[in-house]
Design a protein around this ligand. Structure first.
Ligand SMILES: [Zn+2]
Length: 352
């Protein structure tokens, strides 16, 4: 089977767990000895791999036990002591051909349990809607589990044996930059030894039976904008205060954000075509035991932004915009960009 046809089969098979998520009360009544794609998915979701303390070892144990049932070989790699990376392999009949890598990440962003309808790691399945509630369900444990479920079906129902070797990687720390996960992996001799020809990573979850393949992703920048200014009494009215400086920048950035969103709303661009600028924190003021000093204008203020831009955006121009308009030195502003490059796109060159 060609790579193309294999991927088609995988996509078709990926739909099975989602399709079977439509209400079937009896599935929730199953005994612990019977598992289904849905119950296995719930099992994976109940492992709390959210930051800041992801339980990687439990997730790895679960995935290893599943892979044993499929006769996949498993290698545990450590590029940082407490951050394991699981690499599964389904050997192909022609190992001289470039192999395929299917990737997903183990970790997820944190959850605020009090804001959830159901506890975020209960993986509760609403019997009336069939919906499963869990942090990490879409991003991206559904992908990690669908790889295994697809292989399970290919083996049991089609007796399929791949021509190319298929690797499946479960990487840690994707949500915090991937530096100790995918980035370390792609720079390792183990990665080089995989002789890869094609990589499939996460895209976007689908609520229907359509699967879209993305060939590029937006680049994330974490930008901190800082302002300094003359401190002063809360009653004084003067130019150049730090918070005032920062507020002027936030206004300019908000207008830019609105313009970008307007393009999407008007149907002139997709979300992936525009630059998203989202404020994530504001920091200023002099703390007291029960709040902040209220009659003093502080000399420092800062704000953090999650900025994402498309592959067609010129990063140098964006940086110039930040320097000239959003954090101009002429107003005692400075900024810092922490880059979170997509390790795969940087380090992997397709050679199929
Ligand atoms: Zn993700």
């Amino acid at each position: 089977m060609s790579t193309h046809r294999l991927l088609q089969a995988l996509f078709l098979l990926f739909s099975l767990p989602l399709l079977s998520a439509t209400p079937h009360h009896q599935q929730d009544q199953e005994t612990t000895t019977t598992t289904t794609p849905i119950t296995r998915f719930q099992q994976y979701l109940r492992i709390n791999t959210a930051h800041p303390n992801p339980d990687y070892s439990s997730a790895i144990s679960f995935l290893q036990s599943q892979s044993q049932l499929l006769n996949l070989t498993a290698h545990l790699l450590h590029f940082s002591p407490s951050k394991p990376l699981l690499l599964l392999t389904w050997p192909g009949s022609n190992p001289s051909l470039p192999s395929i890598l299917l990737n997903s990440h183990l970790d997820s962003v944190p959850a605020e349990p009090s804001k959830w309808l159901h506890p975020p790691f209960s993986a509760l399945r609403d019997p009336s809607s069939g919906h499963i509630y869990a942090r990490g369900a879409q991003d991206d444990k559904c992908i990690g589990l669908q790889y295994l479920e697809a292989i399970r079906v290919l083996q049991s129902q089609f007796n399929y044996k791949p021509t190319r070797t298929i690797h499946i990687s479960y990487v840690p720390d994707e949500e915090v930059g991937g530096f100790d996960g995918m980035m370390a992996f792609v720079r390792s001799k183990e990665f080089e030894g995989l002789h890869l020809g094609f990589v499939l990573d996460e895209g976007q979850a689908s609520v229907g039976d359509e699967y879209r393949v993305f060939y590029a992703d937006r680049s994330p920048w974490h930008v901190v904008v800082r302002a300094t200014g003359t401190p002063g009494h809360g009653s004084s009215l003067f130019d150049g205060g730090a918070v005032e400086n920062l507020m002027r920048s936030v206004e300019v950035m908000s207008r830019f954000r609105e313009n970008q969103l307007d393009l999407v709303k008007a149907g002139l661009a997709g979300y992936s075509d525009v630059v998203s600028v989202n404020p994530v924190y504001l920091k200023a003021g002099i703390p007291t035991p029960d709040g902040f000093v209220m009659n003093m204008q502080p000399s420092e203020a800062e704000a953090g932004f999650d900025i994402r831009f498309s592959p067609t955006t010129d990063p140098d121009l964006l940086k110039k915009k930040i320097a000239d308009e959003w954090a101009p030195a002429s107003r005692n502003m400075s900024f810092e960009v922490s880059n979170c490059p997509s390790a795969l796109s940087l380090a992997f060159t397709a050679n199929i």
